[in-house]
Design a protein around this ligand. Structure first.
Ligand SMILES: C[S@@+](CC[C@H](N)C(=O)[O-])C[C@H]1O[C@@H](n2cnc3c(N)ncnc32)[C@H](O)[C@@H]1O
Length: 298
């Protein structure tokens, strides 16, 4: 065992509870038979809590640079100790590499598709690789492709990350695209988008950026996505974190790429959950809403 086991905050437990509620609500007829792909950490807190709902768990763990084996070994020891190892497979390495290349550091591969995909990153979203590509975002795009290619009919997508290295150009230009799209549908968007762009909290812009990104990546692969309220909270070592949940349902396939089913005005108007001291409350961070009657689509 490690001298210092991985430990998480009470705010993180509220996120796990929200995620658990989503799993129960989205798969009422299949509880107990679900598959999980993601980052449970060596403490396995999420998969232990959700264990009665799961039949198959693929855990990915890269460990810490130089001592990768240590966290990986700890994860397996804990899985055994907690009596969940018969359902668990460990993939070793970086999850983005697994998504991009299809295999882990030892050539093992996930068994696509999965019902619950939890990309519970410790770091930020906007890491770039050597040629300067947004590698993590590429990996997420690849996840949707892999799920679609493997014939996923539905899945719950969970994404958590911290506020590291936010790519301001990427985020702000995407919000300008949202502004243009809203205006195209006749919405009075300027006041709303300006409020996002000028808001003191990065969480405001990331809410809109990430929800729009997920809806679009889903639509490219013919999934209709239904978002749930994004959460923000302070995690370990005072790190500001965000957690997103979106349910994907395969739609009837047409050759022509579709627009997201969830409308942009719905995404803009989705409230957030602020979690502090282990308690949650709904907030819109003082941001204005898109008025229902101002657009052609209503
Ligand atoms: C935030 S923790 C997961 C917490 C867990 N889902 C829970 O609810 O308690 C992330 C875990 O995944 C590992 N990890 C973070 N980023 C990773 C990556 N890109 N590839 C593989 N493992 C990663 C970390 O070492 C850590 O053990």
């Amino acid at each position: 065992m490690l001298k210092k086991p991985q430990q998480f905050t009470q705010n993180k437990q509220v996120v796990r509870d929200l995620q658990c509620d989503s799993i129960r609500q989205r798969f009422p007829a299949r509880l107990g038979a679900l598959s999980y792909f993601g980052l449970p950490s060596s403490s396995l807190d999420d998969v232990v809590q959700w264990f009665p709902l799961l039949e198959r768990i693929t855990a990915v763990e890269r460990g810490e640079a130089g001592t990768e084996w240590q966290l990986q070994h700890e994860l397996l020891v804990n899985a055994f100790r907690l009596g969940i190892s018969h359902k668990l497979t460990l993939l070793r390495g970086d999850i983005d590499s697994v998504l991009l290349s299809g295999v882990d550091d030892h050539g093992s591969h996930p068994e696509w598709p999965y019902d619950v995909v939890s990309l519970d990153y410790s770091g930020g979203l906007f890491y770039r690789d050597e040629p300067g590509q947004l590698r993590r975002l590429e990996a997420i795009k690849r996840l949707f492709q892999r799920q679609a290619t493997a014939g996923a009919k539905e899945f719950l997508f969970l994404l958590s990350f911290n506020m590291d290295q936010i790519d301001q150009r990427e985020v702000r230009e995407s919000l300008e695209t949202v502004r243009r799209d809203l205006k195209r549908f006749g919405y009075a968007a300027d006041q709303v988008i300006d409020a996002y762009l000028n808001h003191p909290k990065e969480q405001a812009r990331l809410k809109l950026y990430v929800m729009n990104l997920i809806a679009r990546l889903a639509a490219r692969e013919n999934f209709d996505s239904e978002s749930e309220s994004p959460a923000f909270y302070v995690g370990n070592r005072g790190t500001e974190m965000m957690a997103f949940r979106a349910y994907m349902k395969a739609s009837s396939r047409t050759f022509t790429p579709r627009s997201p089913k969830e409308r942009l005005n719905q995404i803009v108007n989705r409230r957030m959950v602020e979690i502090a001291d282990g308690r949650q409350k709904q907030t819109n961070l003082g941001l204005p809403l898109i008025k229902a009657d101002s657009g052609e689509m209503g």
